[in-house]
Design a protein around this ligand. Sequence first.
Ligand code: AMP
Length: 203
Amino acid sequence: MKIIFIGPQGSGKGTQASLLAKKLNIPHISTGDLLRNAKGQLKQEIDSYINKGDLLPDELMLKILKQRISESDCKKGFILDGFPRNLKQVELLNSITDIDKIILIHISDKEAIKRISGRVNCEKCKANYNLLTSPKPKNPKICDKCGGRLIQRADDNEQAVKKRLSIYHKETEPILDYYEDKFLTINGEQSIDEIKEDINELI
Ligand code: AMP
């Protein structure tokens, strides 16, 4: 099964994509994580886009994604989180694979900004936390799971977040018109478990 998760920053799509991927035993491909973990000569170029909150050029993004989905663990399917982000990327995706389901997790901009400003993750094991919502770490600076240091992403500052949300409305939301009735909408302003249940019911 090939699934796309769409939603604004902070909607929890990464968390839900990861839970569903475990349930279906297929990989969760977050293009943001893929780019943040990139190594080698492209690293500097990639970081220059990410740190400003800008999107990477579509062709470059596709090249990186195409390589990832050609790996053997993607044979049974995968969950895409963060791609496609605009209509051009939908077109590029159509040229390399078919998609079975699209899940939209909806939250307001106000909620998105609140959630992102509290978002931190572990430098070492990458576990995600939120200092304002949930899951809250016991100590705001230390990972509950491995004791690593909790840090904020460089693009989770207010200026970059606002830019990323405006790109989401202008460029990503029109994708939904393209997929029309193929996408399922979930209310993202619920608890992680409630959202998970809604998704499991629909899948
Ligand atoms: P995310 O973790 O999904 O918020 O992505 C973080 C950053 O990675 C974005 O602000 C972009 O700079 C870059 N990025 C992630 N996915 C894409 C994509 N599909 N197209 C272009 N840039 C992307």
